[in-house]
Design a binder for this molecule. Structure first.
Ligand SMILES: [Zn+2]
Length: 276
């Protein structure tokens, strides 16, 4: 790793901090159906507008001692945590992929997942205004999404007629939507309300980015993490048996884990499919 590469990584980290700050605004305002652009940042408790120097990611939180400058009410730890997480995740994606199409597509997916996780964690709801556009972006970028290459290769062989690669990618994304959404729809039907409509649409949206094979894997481990989280919450007494367990963060978490290993697995599968 040379100096220029390190500088790029730091730049991407700072870029992530700024986007983390915007994510906090989205997490607060989208469930309240408020505009993200106006009015400018203000304290949710005393309504004072926040000056730019009090709105610098991480730094302002530390200098203000986690308190509003005007009303001295405490500022939630959510703000620096989301900022730091976004910065670290953006930088990790850059170190993993470099500046290329995979990086940018994953950046969009991850950013939506951060906002969706925040809202889901606080409200147990996944807003359609996020999951539906995410699905649309997944479909539009599917033509050039290298991640959809392996399933599309198999699809190509299965059908036996040459189809342009971008079209096969698109078909793989459509299958991802059907498998991801369909599986959760089935679980919602079997469990009679154990799974919400928001979960179905989020799984379908991630399916558009991952293709049908990976969405199965992703959901399988999401259930596993969800189960462990449920157990911890029950044993620690934080949740009563009947309380709903936020499932969105589990899917999102799993999606993040998959992303760090996926391209390696894909390369392996891709080359072995060429050899055999
Ligand atoms: Zn205040």
């Amino acid at each position: 790793m040379n100096i220029l590469h390190t500088l790029y990584a730091i730049f991407v980290f700072c870029f992530g901090l700024a986007f983390g700050s915007l994510a906090n605004v989205c997490i607060w305002r989208i469930p309240r159906e408020e505009s993200i652009i106006s009015p400018g940042s203000h304290c949710p408790k005393c309504n004072s507008s926040i000056k730019w120097y009090d709105n610098i990611p991480l730094i302002s939180f530390i200098f203000l001692g986690a308190k509003c400058r005007y009303c001295k009410n405490t500022i939630s730890w959510q703000y620096p945590l989301v900022e730091l997480a976004t910065g670290l995740i953006f930088a990790t994606l850059f170190l993993r992929f470099g500046f290329n199409i995979t990086f940018f597509i994953n950046l969009i997916l991850v950013y939506f997942l951060i906002i969706i996780s925040g809202i889901d964690f606080k409200t147990q709801l996944i807003p359609d205004v996020l999951s539906i556009p995410l699905m649309g972006i997944g479909l539009i970028t599917s033509f050039i999404n290298p991640v959809l290459r392996i399933p599309s290769y198999k699809l190509h062989v299965f059908i036996g007629v040459p189809i342009p690669i971008p079209i096969v990618h698109f078909m793989s994304a459509i299958l991802g939507i059907l498998v991801g959404g369909g599986l959760l729809y089935f679980i919602a039907w079997v469990s009679r309300g154990g799974m919400g409509g928001g979960d179905i649409k989020l799984a379908a949206a991630i399916g558009a980015f991952f293709g049908w094979e990976n969405i199965l894997w992703t959901l399988g481990v999401a259930f596993f993490i969800g189960g462990i989280l449920a157990l911890i919450l029950l044993v620690s007494g934080l949740k009563k048996r009947k309380d709903p367990i936020p499932f969105g963060p589990c899917i999102a978490l799993r999606a993040l884990i998959v992303m760090s290993f996926r391209s390696f697995l894909y390369n392996l599968l891709f080359y072995s499919s060429i050899i055999f």
